[in-house]
Ligand binder design. Structure first.
Ligand SMILES: Cc1cc2nc3c(=O)[nH]c(=O)nc-3n(C[C@H](O)[C@H](O)[C@H](O)COP(=O)(O)O)c2cc1C
Length: 201
């Protein structure tokens, strides 16, 4: 099997947001509308993510559909750090609350969708959430970003000074694992992709 074939699947990028005693969100690439009557979406989130635990508690979330205008800083803020260690929304101005009380982005996004979880499925490393859409609004006419666009136009090229480093680089987020062998079940601590996303330096 050629694992790289799976990279040919297209997807968007999203900010998956919820709220308990604090607001938090993380970048994900797995949101899909599955039915239109009723309007339902599915989303799959890694169990290591704090946002995952929060949504399991609250059962409600917003998905901000990221646009091509979203800068790398936004991906770093919400996709490289955990809400367990930092308050990602403190001082972040470009947000508003929707009717469910959860934040959504007012820039760098083309739309937001509010979801209410009706079912969960344990997928081992991840949880699949099936949700009714309770609200959805367009934010801008900007193109929604694709993973491919992010890889080609937003994510910085790997640093050239990596030439003297030995190990494996995550082709998704650029994290470097500095060991001579990469365990088969290795998961990137930053973006949570598996060993198949790594290539030798
Ligand atoms: C481009 C990009 C794509 C990502 N895709 C996913 C994804 O599909 N699923 C996921 O669970 N985490 C994904 N992540 C990783 C989470 O956003 C990241 O682990 C985040 O720091 C978790 O934050 P939290 O602990 O506050 O929830 C992605 C990160 C980036 C930068």
């Amino acid at each position: 099997m050629d694992d790289k074939a799976l990279f040919k699947l297209t997807s968007g990028l999203f900010l998956f947001i919820t709220k308990t005693d604090k607001d938090n969100g993380c970048i994900i690439n797995t949101v899909l509308q599955v039915t239109s009557s009723p309007v339902r979406i599915i989303t799959v989130v890694n169990k290591n993510n704090y946002t995952h635990d929060m949504v399991k508690k609250t059962g409600i979330f917003n998905v901000s559909v990221l646009s091509e205008t979203a800068p790398m800083d936004l991906y770093k803020k919400f996709g490289y750090a955990s809400g367990r260690d930092t308050d990602k929304f403190t001082g972040y101005g470009s947000v508003r609350r929707s009717e469910n009380g959860i934040l959504y982005l007012t820039e760098y996004s083309s739309a937001y969708i509010s979801g209410k979880v009706i079912e969960e499925k344990d997928l081992g490393t991840h949880t699949l959430f099936i949700a009714d859409v309770t609200d959805a609004q367009i934010i801008s006419d900007d193109e929604s970003v694709t993973y491919n666009y992010y890889q080609k136009n937003i994510k910085p090229a790997p640093e050239t000074n990596n030439v003297n480093r030995k190990g494996f680089i995550c082709t998704i987020c650029g994290y470097i694992y500095e060991e001579s062998t990469l365990p088969e079940d290795y998961i990137c601590p930053i973006c949570k992709h598996g060993a198949e996303a790594f290539k030798p330096l």
